[in-house]
Design a protein around this ligand. Structure first.
Ligand code: AMP
Ligand code: GLY
Length: 419
Protein backbone atom coordinates (compact mmCIF):
# COMPACT_ATOMS: atom_id res chain seq x y z
CA UNK A 1 0.00 0.00 0.00
CA UNK A 2 1.00 3.63 -0.51
CA UNK A 3 1.30 5.67 2.66
CA UNK A 4 1.55 9.42 3.25
CA UNK A 5 2.92 11.02 6.42
CA UNK A 6 2.17 14.72 6.93
CA UNK A 7 4.71 16.73 8.88
CA UNK A 8 8.37 17.64 9.16
CA UNK A 9 9.59 16.90 12.68
CA UNK A 10 11.13 14.19 14.82
CA UNK A 11 7.77 12.49 15.40
CA UNK A 12 7.23 12.11 11.65
CA UNK A 13 10.84 10.91 11.29
CA UNK A 14 10.08 8.14 13.81
CA UNK A 15 6.83 7.29 11.98
CA UNK A 16 8.65 7.06 8.65
CA UNK A 17 11.28 4.80 10.22
CA UNK A 18 8.74 2.35 11.68
CA UNK A 19 6.48 2.33 8.60
CA UNK A 20 9.45 1.72 6.29
CA UNK A 21 9.88 -1.70 7.97
CA UNK A 22 6.35 -2.83 7.13
CA UNK A 23 5.87 -5.75 4.73
CA UNK A 24 2.78 -4.25 3.13
CA UNK A 25 4.39 -0.93 2.25
CA UNK A 26 4.73 -0.11 -1.47
CA UNK A 27 5.60 3.61 -1.49
CA UNK A 28 6.12 5.96 1.43
CA UNK A 29 5.65 9.71 0.92
CA UNK A 30 6.01 12.64 3.29
CA UNK A 31 4.64 16.17 2.88
CA UNK A 32 6.75 18.19 3.41
CA UNK A 33 9.14 15.79 5.26
CA UNK A 34 12.68 16.59 6.36
CA UNK A 35 16.23 15.41 5.80
CA UNK A 36 15.84 12.54 8.28
CA UNK A 37 12.52 11.42 6.80
CA UNK A 38 14.04 11.51 3.30
CA UNK A 39 16.02 8.36 4.22
CA UNK A 40 12.76 6.42 4.28
CA UNK A 41 10.22 8.39 2.23
CA UNK A 42 9.93 10.52 -0.86
CA UNK A 43 9.48 14.08 0.37
CA UNK A 44 7.04 16.19 -1.62
CA UNK A 45 6.91 19.97 -1.73
CA UNK A 46 3.22 20.70 -1.31
CA UNK A 47 1.83 23.07 1.31
CA UNK A 48 0.35 20.62 3.86
CA UNK A 49 -2.21 23.27 4.88
CA UNK A 50 -3.62 23.46 1.35
CA UNK A 51 -6.31 20.80 1.70
CA UNK A 52 -7.26 20.88 -1.99
CA UNK A 53 -3.68 20.28 -3.09
CA UNK A 54 -3.40 17.50 -0.50
CA UNK A 55 -6.56 15.87 -1.82
CA UNK A 56 -5.26 15.99 -5.39
CA UNK A 57 -2.00 14.38 -4.31
CA UNK A 58 -3.76 11.58 -2.39
CA UNK A 59 -5.92 10.75 -5.40
CA UNK A 60 -3.15 11.00 -7.99
CA UNK A 61 -0.67 8.89 -6.01
CA UNK A 62 -3.25 6.32 -4.98
CA UNK A 63 -2.59 6.73 -1.27
CA UNK A 64 -4.36 4.20 0.99
CA UNK A 65 -3.29 5.52 4.38
CA UNK A 66 -2.60 9.08 5.56
CA UNK A 67 -1.07 9.87 8.96
CA UNK A 68 -1.14 13.53 9.98
CA UNK A 69 1.68 14.21 12.46
CA UNK A 70 0.78 17.54 14.03
CA UNK A 71 -2.42 18.95 15.50
CA UNK A 72 -2.06 21.90 13.15
CA UNK A 73 -3.16 19.72 10.18
CA UNK A 74 -6.00 18.22 12.22
CA UNK A 75 -7.28 21.64 13.22
CA UNK A 76 -7.03 22.65 9.57
CA UNK A 77 -9.46 19.81 8.77
CA UNK A 78 -7.23 17.46 6.77
CA UNK A 79 -9.19 14.38 7.90
CA UNK A 80 -12.52 15.88 6.86
CA UNK A 81 -11.04 17.10 3.56
CA UNK A 82 -9.84 13.60 2.65
CA UNK A 83 -13.20 11.90 3.42
CA UNK A 84 -14.08 12.19 -0.27
CA UNK A 85 -11.01 10.15 -1.26
CA UNK A 86 -10.56 6.42 -0.78
CA UNK A 87 -7.67 6.96 1.66
CA UNK A 88 -8.02 6.02 5.33
CA UNK A 89 -6.81 8.87 7.51
CA UNK A 90 -5.45 7.74 10.87
CA UNK A 91 -6.19 11.03 12.60
CA UNK A 92 -9.35 12.56 14.09
CA UNK A 93 -11.78 14.94 12.41
CA UNK A 94 -11.57 18.64 13.16
CA UNK A 95 -14.46 18.20 15.58
CA UNK A 96 -12.85 15.30 17.49
CA UNK A 97 -9.48 17.12 17.52
CA UNK A 98 -11.03 19.64 19.88
CA UNK A 99 -9.99 17.25 22.60
CA UNK A 100 -6.62 18.98 22.06
CA UNK A 101 -7.46 22.26 20.34
CA UNK A 102 -10.03 23.46 22.89
CA UNK A 103 -9.19 23.06 26.56
CA UNK A 104 -12.80 23.99 27.38
CA UNK A 105 -14.21 21.20 25.15
CA UNK A 106 -11.84 18.66 26.73
CA UNK A 107 -12.59 19.78 30.28
CA UNK A 108 -16.37 19.71 29.74
CA UNK A 109 -16.26 16.11 28.47
CA UNK A 110 -14.04 15.07 31.36
CA UNK A 111 -16.46 16.62 33.84
CA UNK A 112 -19.54 15.05 32.20
CA UNK A 113 -18.03 11.54 32.05
CA UNK A 114 -16.24 11.58 35.39
CA UNK A 115 -12.70 11.41 34.02
CA UNK A 116 -10.30 12.47 36.78
CA UNK A 117 -8.70 15.85 36.12
CA UNK A 118 -7.88 19.09 37.94
CA UNK A 119 -10.83 21.22 39.10
CA UNK A 120 -11.35 24.21 36.83
CA UNK A 121 -13.42 27.20 35.73
CA UNK A 122 -13.47 28.97 32.36
CA UNK A 123 -13.33 32.79 32.12
CA UNK A 124 -13.38 35.42 29.43
CA UNK A 125 -13.56 38.56 31.61
CA UNK A 126 -10.35 39.68 33.29
CA UNK A 127 -12.07 40.96 36.45
CA UNK A 128 -14.02 37.73 37.03
CA UNK A 129 -10.89 35.67 36.43
CA UNK A 130 -8.88 37.87 38.80
CA UNK A 131 -11.48 37.48 41.55
CA UNK A 132 -11.42 33.68 41.12
CA UNK A 133 -7.62 33.53 41.24
CA UNK A 134 -7.55 35.73 44.35
CA UNK A 135 -10.07 33.45 46.05
CA UNK A 136 -8.17 30.24 45.16
CA UNK A 137 -4.63 31.47 45.88
CA UNK A 138 -1.38 30.13 44.40
CA UNK A 139 0.03 27.91 43.03
CA UNK A 140 -2.57 27.94 40.27
CA UNK A 141 -2.56 27.02 36.57
CA UNK A 142 -3.75 29.26 33.73
CA UNK A 143 -4.37 27.81 30.29
CA UNK A 144 -5.15 29.81 27.21
CA UNK A 145 -8.01 28.05 25.35
CA UNK A 146 -6.48 27.14 21.99
CA UNK A 147 -3.29 26.00 20.31
CA UNK A 148 -0.16 27.79 21.50
CA UNK A 149 2.61 25.26 20.74
CA UNK A 150 3.13 24.35 24.38
CA UNK A 151 3.44 27.98 25.45
CA UNK A 152 -0.16 28.73 26.43
CA UNK A 153 0.13 27.26 29.95
CA UNK A 154 1.39 29.21 32.94
CA UNK A 155 1.95 27.51 36.28
CA UNK A 156 1.93 30.54 38.59
CA UNK A 157 3.63 30.26 41.97
CA UNK A 158 3.04 33.90 42.98
CA UNK A 159 -0.07 36.07 42.73
CA UNK A 160 1.93 38.62 40.70
CA UNK A 161 2.81 35.97 38.09
CA UNK A 162 -0.81 34.76 37.98
CA UNK A 163 -2.29 38.22 37.41
CA UNK A 164 0.38 39.15 34.83
CA UNK A 165 -0.39 35.96 32.88
CA UNK A 166 -4.13 36.64 33.07
CA UNK A 167 -3.55 40.13 31.68
CA UNK A 168 -1.49 38.71 28.79
CA UNK A 169 -4.24 36.22 27.97
CA UNK A 170 -7.41 38.24 28.56
CA UNK A 171 -6.46 41.92 28.23
CA UNK A 172 -3.60 41.93 25.69
CA UNK A 173 -5.07 38.79 24.01
CA UNK A 174 -1.56 37.72 23.09
CA UNK A 175 -2.73 34.39 21.69
CA UNK A 176 -5.88 35.70 20.01
CA UNK A 177 -8.55 33.85 21.99
CA UNK A 178 -10.61 35.43 24.75
CA UNK A 179 -10.96 32.43 27.03
CA UNK A 180 -8.79 31.06 29.77
CA UNK A 181 -9.17 27.85 31.76
CA UNK A 182 -8.03 28.32 35.35
CA UNK A 183 -7.29 25.09 37.13
CA UNK A 184 -6.16 23.53 40.35
CA UNK A 185 -2.41 22.90 40.65
CA UNK A 186 -1.69 19.16 40.76
CA UNK A 187 1.47 17.67 42.17
CA UNK A 188 3.10 14.38 41.21
CA UNK A 189 5.04 12.53 38.52
CA UNK A 190 3.89 13.23 34.97
CA UNK A 191 3.67 10.60 32.25
CA UNK A 192 2.34 10.29 28.70
CA UNK A 193 0.05 7.41 27.77
CA UNK A 194 -0.60 7.28 24.01
CA UNK A 195 -3.03 4.83 22.39
CA UNK A 196 -3.97 3.77 18.88
CA UNK A 197 -7.73 4.46 18.79
CA UNK A 198 -10.47 3.39 16.42
CA UNK A 199 -13.86 4.42 17.81
CA UNK A 200 -14.16 2.49 21.08
CA UNK A 201 -11.20 0.17 20.47
CA UNK A 202 -7.90 1.35 21.87
CA UNK A 203 -4.42 -0.14 22.03
CA UNK A 204 -2.15 1.53 24.59
CA UNK A 205 1.55 1.97 23.96
CA UNK A 206 4.31 1.82 26.60
CA UNK A 207 4.29 5.03 28.65
CA UNK A 208 6.93 7.76 28.45
CA UNK A 209 8.03 10.67 30.62
CA UNK A 210 8.64 14.02 28.97
CA UNK A 211 10.69 16.89 30.47
CA UNK A 212 8.69 20.03 29.69
CA UNK A 213 10.88 22.64 31.38
CA UNK A 214 13.85 24.13 29.55
CA UNK A 215 16.47 23.68 32.26
CA UNK A 216 17.85 20.94 34.53
CA UNK A 217 15.87 20.13 37.69
CA UNK A 218 12.64 21.25 35.99
CA UNK A 219 13.51 24.93 36.08
CA UNK A 220 12.89 27.59 33.43
CA UNK A 221 9.95 28.04 31.06
CA UNK A 222 7.70 25.34 29.61
CA UNK A 223 8.73 24.06 26.17
CA UNK A 224 7.45 21.49 23.67
CA UNK A 225 9.58 18.91 25.57
CA UNK A 226 13.35 18.76 26.18
CA UNK A 227 13.90 15.04 26.70
CA UNK A 228 12.05 11.79 27.06
CA UNK A 229 12.35 8.16 28.10
CA UNK A 230 10.23 5.04 27.96
CA UNK A 231 9.12 3.01 29.86
CA UNK A 232 8.91 4.89 33.19
CA UNK A 233 9.90 2.73 36.20
CA UNK A 234 8.64 5.25 38.79
CA UNK A 235 5.08 4.73 37.51
CA UNK A 236 3.80 1.30 38.61
CA UNK A 237 1.69 -1.09 36.52
CA UNK A 238 -1.44 -0.65 38.65
CA UNK A 239 -1.37 3.08 37.91
CA UNK A 240 -1.04 2.40 34.19
CA UNK A 241 -4.00 -0.02 34.30
CA UNK A 242 -6.03 2.52 36.25
CA UNK A 243 -5.21 5.20 33.67
CA UNK A 244 -6.15 2.89 30.80
CA UNK A 245 -9.49 1.94 32.35
CA UNK A 246 -10.65 5.14 34.02
CA UNK A 247 -9.14 7.70 31.68
CA UNK A 248 -8.48 6.39 28.14
CA UNK A 249 -11.37 3.90 27.97
CA UNK A 250 -13.80 6.43 29.45
CA UNK A 251 -12.69 9.13 27.04
CA UNK A 252 -13.04 7.02 23.87
CA UNK A 253 -16.48 5.86 25.04
CA UNK A 254 -17.44 9.42 25.97
CA UNK A 255 -16.54 10.72 22.52
CA UNK A 256 -18.59 7.94 20.91
CA UNK A 257 -21.53 8.70 23.20
CA UNK A 258 -21.28 12.37 22.17
CA UNK A 259 -21.35 11.23 18.54
CA UNK A 260 -17.82 12.50 17.97
CA UNK A 261 -15.98 9.21 17.36
CA UNK A 262 -12.20 9.39 17.60
CA UNK A 263 -9.82 7.69 15.17
CA UNK A 264 -6.08 8.21 15.47
CA UNK A 265 -3.51 8.57 18.22
CA UNK A 266 -4.99 9.70 21.53
CA UNK A 267 -2.36 11.15 23.85
CA UNK A 268 -3.21 11.43 27.54
CA UNK A 269 -0.86 13.72 29.48
CA UNK A 270 -1.24 12.44 33.05
CA UNK A 271 0.00 13.18 36.53
CA UNK A 272 0.12 10.64 39.36
CA UNK A 273 -1.38 12.49 42.34
CA UNK A 274 -1.94 11.17 45.87
CA UNK A 275 -5.48 10.34 44.64
CA UNK A 276 -4.39 8.38 41.58
CA UNK A 277 -3.68 9.42 37.98
CA UNK A 278 -5.38 12.59 36.69
CA UNK A 279 -5.47 14.25 33.28
CA UNK A 280 -3.39 17.33 32.55
CA UNK A 281 -4.27 17.40 28.87
CA UNK A 282 -5.36 15.30 25.95
CA UNK A 283 -3.71 15.57 22.55
CA UNK A 284 -5.12 14.25 19.28
CA UNK A 285 -1.82 12.95 17.90
CA UNK A 286 1.44 11.25 18.78
CA UNK A 287 3.72 13.15 21.14
CA UNK A 288 6.97 14.66 20.00
CA UNK A 289 9.48 13.49 21.33
CA UNK A 290 7.39 10.59 22.76
CA UNK A 291 7.05 8.93 19.33
CA UNK A 292 10.83 8.74 18.89
CA UNK A 293 11.32 6.62 22.04
CA UNK A 294 8.15 4.51 21.76
CA UNK A 295 7.80 3.56 18.08
CA UNK A 296 11.30 2.01 17.78
CA UNK A 297 10.19 -0.58 20.36
CA UNK A 298 7.34 -1.82 18.16
CA UNK A 299 8.03 -5.36 16.95
CA UNK A 300 4.64 -5.91 15.32
CA UNK A 301 4.24 -4.64 11.75
CA UNK A 302 2.90 -1.06 12.06
CA UNK A 303 0.69 -1.20 8.96
CA UNK A 304 -0.76 -4.58 10.04
CA UNK A 305 -1.73 -2.93 13.31
CA UNK A 306 -3.49 -0.02 11.61
CA UNK A 307 -5.19 -2.31 9.08
CA UNK A 308 -6.29 -4.58 11.92
CA UNK A 309 -7.92 -1.67 13.74
CA UNK A 310 -9.67 -0.45 10.62
CA UNK A 311 -11.07 -3.89 9.78
CA UNK A 312 -11.95 -4.64 13.41
CA UNK A 313 -9.54 -7.54 13.39
CA UNK A 314 -7.50 -6.09 16.20
CA UNK A 315 -3.88 -7.20 16.66
CA UNK A 316 -2.21 -6.68 20.01
CA UNK A 317 1.30 -5.38 19.47
CA UNK A 318 4.54 -6.76 20.85
CA UNK A 319 7.00 -4.19 22.19
CA UNK A 320 10.72 -4.75 22.72
CA UNK A 321 11.57 -4.90 26.41
CA UNK A 322 14.17 -2.15 26.49
CA UNK A 323 14.65 1.41 27.62
CA UNK A 324 14.80 4.23 25.07
CA UNK A 325 15.94 7.69 26.14
CA UNK A 326 16.15 10.82 24.00
CA UNK A 327 17.71 14.23 24.65
CA UNK A 328 16.57 17.30 22.70
CA UNK A 329 19.27 19.58 21.32
CA UNK A 330 17.58 22.99 21.13
CA UNK A 331 18.68 26.31 19.66
CA UNK A 332 20.03 28.65 22.33
CA UNK A 333 17.24 31.10 23.18
CA UNK A 334 14.38 28.61 22.63
CA UNK A 335 11.44 28.80 23.52
CA UNK A 336 11.81 32.55 22.83
CA UNK A 337 13.98 34.14 20.17
CA UNK A 338 16.73 32.02 18.57
CA UNK A 339 18.96 32.10 15.49
CA UNK A 340 18.69 29.56 12.69
CA UNK A 341 20.98 28.41 9.85
CA UNK A 342 23.84 27.52 12.20
CA UNK A 343 25.94 24.60 10.78
CA UNK A 344 25.77 21.22 12.53
CA UNK A 345 28.56 18.61 12.20
CA UNK A 346 28.82 14.95 13.17
CA UNK A 347 25.20 13.83 12.80
CA UNK A 348 25.73 11.36 9.98
CA UNK A 349 27.95 9.02 11.97
CA UNK A 350 25.10 8.49 14.46
CA UNK A 351 22.67 6.88 11.98
CA UNK A 352 19.27 5.93 13.41
CA UNK A 353 20.08 7.33 16.85
CA UNK A 354 19.31 10.89 15.73
CA UNK A 355 15.89 12.28 14.82
CA UNK A 356 15.58 15.56 12.92
CA UNK A 357 13.17 17.96 14.63
CA UNK A 358 14.15 21.31 13.10
CA UNK A 359 16.97 21.11 10.55
CA UNK A 360 17.44 21.97 6.90
CA UNK A 361 20.08 21.74 4.22
CA UNK A 362 21.73 24.92 2.96
CA UNK A 363 24.47 24.65 0.31
CA UNK A 364 24.65 20.91 0.92
CA UNK A 365 25.23 21.39 4.59
CA UNK A 366 23.07 20.49 7.59
CA UNK A 367 21.99 23.59 9.57
CA UNK A 368 19.62 24.41 12.43
CA UNK A 369 16.14 25.45 11.38
CA UNK A 370 13.95 25.49 14.47
CA UNK A 371 13.72 25.76 18.24
CA UNK A 372 14.05 22.07 18.88
CA UNK A 373 16.66 20.87 16.39
CA UNK A 374 17.62 17.22 17.01
CA UNK A 375 16.66 14.39 19.33
CA UNK A 376 19.58 12.11 20.17
CA UNK A 377 18.52 8.68 21.45
CA UNK A 378 20.11 5.77 23.25
CA UNK A 379 18.63 2.37 24.00
CA UNK A 380 19.62 -0.25 26.53
CA UNK A 381 18.61 -2.99 28.94
CA UNK A 382 18.65 -0.44 31.74
CA UNK A 383 17.70 3.22 31.82
CA UNK A 384 21.27 4.13 32.84
CA UNK A 385 22.64 2.35 29.77
CA UNK A 386 20.18 4.14 27.46
CA UNK A 387 21.06 7.48 29.08
CA UNK A 388 24.80 6.90 28.87
CA UNK A 389 24.54 6.07 25.17
CA UNK A 390 22.43 9.12 24.35
CA UNK A 391 24.84 11.50 26.11
CA UNK A 392 27.87 9.78 24.53
CA UNK A 393 26.33 10.28 21.08
CA UNK A 394 25.72 13.97 21.82
CA UNK A 395 29.45 14.45 22.30
CA UNK A 396 29.96 13.54 18.65
CA UNK A 397 27.75 16.43 17.48
CA UNK A 398 29.28 19.87 17.03
CA UNK A 399 27.27 23.06 16.64
CA UNK A 400 27.82 26.55 18.09
CA UNK A 401 24.21 27.24 18.90
CA UNK A 402 22.74 24.18 20.61
CA UNK A 403 21.91 23.54 24.26
CA UNK A 404 20.38 20.59 26.12
CA UNK A 405 19.40 19.31 29.56
CA UNK A 406 21.85 17.01 31.30
CA UNK A 407 19.38 15.29 33.64
CA UNK A 408 16.99 13.39 31.35
CA UNK A 409 15.80 10.20 33.08
CA UNK A 410 17.31 11.08 36.45
CA UNK A 411 14.06 10.91 38.40
CA UNK A 412 13.47 7.28 37.47
CA UNK A 413 17.13 6.38 37.85
CA UNK A 414 17.14 7.88 41.35
CA UNK A 415 13.77 6.26 42.11
CA UNK A 416 15.08 2.80 41.16
CA UNK A 417 18.31 3.22 43.09
CA UNK A 418 16.37 4.27 46.20
CA UNK A 419 13.77 1.55 45.88
P1 AMP B 1 -0.09 21.31 29.03
O1 AMP B 1 0.25 22.16 27.83
O2 AMP B 1 -1.52 21.35 29.44
O3 AMP B 1 0.49 19.93 28.91
O4 AMP B 1 0.75 21.91 30.24
C1 AMP B 1 2.16 22.05 30.16
C2 AMP B 1 2.77 21.68 31.49
O5 AMP B 1 2.26 22.52 32.53
C3 AMP B 1 2.44 20.27 31.94
O6 AMP B 1 3.27 19.30 31.39
C4 AMP B 1 2.64 20.39 33.44
O7 AMP B 1 4.00 20.28 33.78
C5 AMP B 1 2.16 21.78 33.73
N1 AMP B 1 0.75 21.72 34.15
C6 AMP B 1 -0.35 21.83 33.38
N2 AMP B 1 -1.48 21.70 34.11
C7 AMP B 1 -1.10 21.52 35.39
C8 AMP B 1 -1.80 21.35 36.63
N3 AMP B 1 -3.13 21.37 36.71
N4 AMP B 1 -1.06 21.19 37.75
C9 AMP B 1 0.29 21.20 37.71
N5 AMP B 1 1.01 21.37 36.58
C10 AMP B 1 0.33 21.52 35.42
N1 GLY C 1 5.83 16.08 24.14
C1 GLY C 1 4.64 16.81 24.33
C2 GLY C 1 3.74 16.86 23.20
O1 GLY C 1 3.95 16.28 22.16
O2 GLY C 1 2.71 17.50 23.33
Amino acid sequence: MNVLIIGSGGREHALAQVISKSNSLTNLYAIPGNIGIAKYAKCIEINPLDNNAMKDFVIEFNISLVIPGSEVYLENGITDALFETSAFVFGPTKEASQIETSKEFAKNIMKKYDIPTAEYEVFSEYNDAKEYVLSKGVPIVLKYDGLAAGKGVVVAYTMFEALEALKTMLVDKKYGSNKVVIEEFLQGEEFSLISFVFNDVFIPMPIAQDHKRLLDNDLGPNTGGMGIYSPVPIIDNDTILEAENFIVKRMVKALLAENIPFVGFLYAGLILTANGPKVIEFNARLGDPEAEVILPKLQTDFLDLINGLQTENVLYPIWKKQFNLGVVLASKGYPNHYDVSVPIYGVESLGDSVYHMGTSIVNNHLVTNGGRVLLVCGEGKTLEEAKQKAYNYIEKIRCDNLCYRSDIGNKSIRGMNNG
